[in-house]
Design a protein around this ligand. Structure first.
Ligand code: IMP
Length: 189
């Protein structure tokens, strides 16, 4: 794994891939007789969702939900709604990372209120220590620390979603000064 003073590679592409396969197998076992509807939360979860659904052996559908987040406190609005109702569907919310848990809590309630038959969550990363509200995660990829992570869908000011592995930001100031500080290093040859 690679280290720079401002960022460290913390999860390799190989480890990501094999964990996503395991999550797909767990979902396949649980949803043999129920077709899941994957509700993918834009934008960070798209890469994870694309790999996850390819490892699920059950008739699956995929839909997308775009959110607006309003500051602290978990207030969210819908920027882009699902294309179809979730009534009587077995929803699996696909999240990139659960931090305070507030977003996920609102989403689970939203799916239940809209009449989903069941609601569960697949989250690739879980910042357990930062949780402020109890919320279940049925399919959890990795428990991670408090560091801000980028790569594999996760961004810093829109950058780094395309990285194949996960990096932890070690020097926030360096990223504030120059959001592309890591990409300059990675692409410098
Ligand atoms: P929560 O409502 O506090 O759980 O917020 C979860 C959301 O915060 C995620 O879906 C991400 O958009 C964002 N987030 C939290 N931690 C990170 C991180 O380390 N990297 C990138 N985005 C993050």
């Amino acid at each position: 794994m690679t280290d720079y003073p401002f960022a460290t590679e913390v999860i390799t592409e190989v480890d990501l891939k094999s964990r996503v396969v395991e999550l797909g197998q767990a979902i396949s076992n649980d949803y043999l007789d129920r077709s899941p509807l994957f509700v993918v939360v834009l934008t960070g979860s798209v890469l994870f969702a694309a790999d996850l659904v390819r490892n699920v052996e059950a008739d699956s559908e995929v839909d997308f939900l775009g959110l607006n987040r309003f500051g602290e406190g978990g207030r969210i609005g819908i920027a882009m709604d699902l294309s179809a109702p979730v009534v009587d569907r077995n929803v699996i919310i696909v999240e990139d990372i659960v931090d305070t848990g507030l977003t996920l809590k609102v989403l689970r309630r939203m799916m239940t209120d809209r009449g989903a038959a069941s609601v569960s969550t697949a989250a690739l990363f879980d910042k357990t220590r930062r949780r402020v509200t109890d919320v279940p995660i049925e399919y959890r990829g990795f428990e991670v620390g408090d560091e801000f992570l980028v790569g594999y869908g996760l961004d810093w000011q829109g950058v780094y979603r395309n990285l194949r592995s996960i990096w932890a930001v070690m020097d926030i100031e360096a990223f504030v000064r120059d959001p592309k500080v890591l990409s300059k290093q990675l692409h410098s040859g």
